[in-house]
Design a protein around this ligand. Structure first.
Ligand code: ZN
Length: 162
């Protein structure tokens, strides 16, 4: 049996709280790397993103009618823009029926800034095929719904400190 992965549960939200997420980071201690995307949209929004392929995210939206899904460029990613407060906490991409996401570290509610290691990233010029393959490799998969149909939103994964 491999050692169970220890998760660190991060909470994030837009300013008004309409869009909330949990992000289970599969390393219990230490810094969280983040990518300051250099595209025009992320520069304007100060979008700095984190993801981990062994992590999980769970998205909780109070009122879907107050979320704009903004697409540009290759139109393969949905920027979830809160139409009440304008914050963009999450970008998701659906690949073969499964949703993957990056989370905006500037919307984390319980991570000290000193624990974030920010590096610049620029994906301009990447083909759509390579872009989707990279997201599938690097982005965070969505937490799956249990067979009973209940979301594990309040229960950390096994091994989590809580
Ligand atoms: Zn909001």
């Amino acid at each position: 049996m491999p050692d169970p992965i220890l998760f660190r549960r991060v909470h994030g939200s837009c300013h008004c709280g309409n869009i909330r997420f949990t992000f289970d980071w599969p390393v219990p201690h230490g810094a969280i790397p983040a990518r300051a995307c250099g595209c025009r949209h992320c520069t304007k929004h100060r979008g700095v993103w984190s993801s981990h392929p062994d992590g999980r995210f769970h998205l909780i939206i109070a009122d879907q009618s107050k979320v704009n899904l903004y697409r540009f460029g290759t139109k393969t990613a949905d920027f979830h823009v809160c139409s009440t407060c304008g914050v963009v906490p999450i970008v998701s991409c659906t690949i073969e029926g499964a949703r993957y996401a990056v989370l905006n570290v500037n919307t984390f509610d319980d991570v000290d800034k000193s624990q974030l290691i920010e590096t610049a990233a620029n994906f301009e010029g990447e083909t759509t095929e390579n872009r989707l393959a990279r997201r599938r490799r690097n982005w965070t998969p969505e937490a799956v719904t249990s067979q009973a149909g209940e979301m594990n939103r309040d229960r950390p994964p096994p091994g989590s400190p809580g």
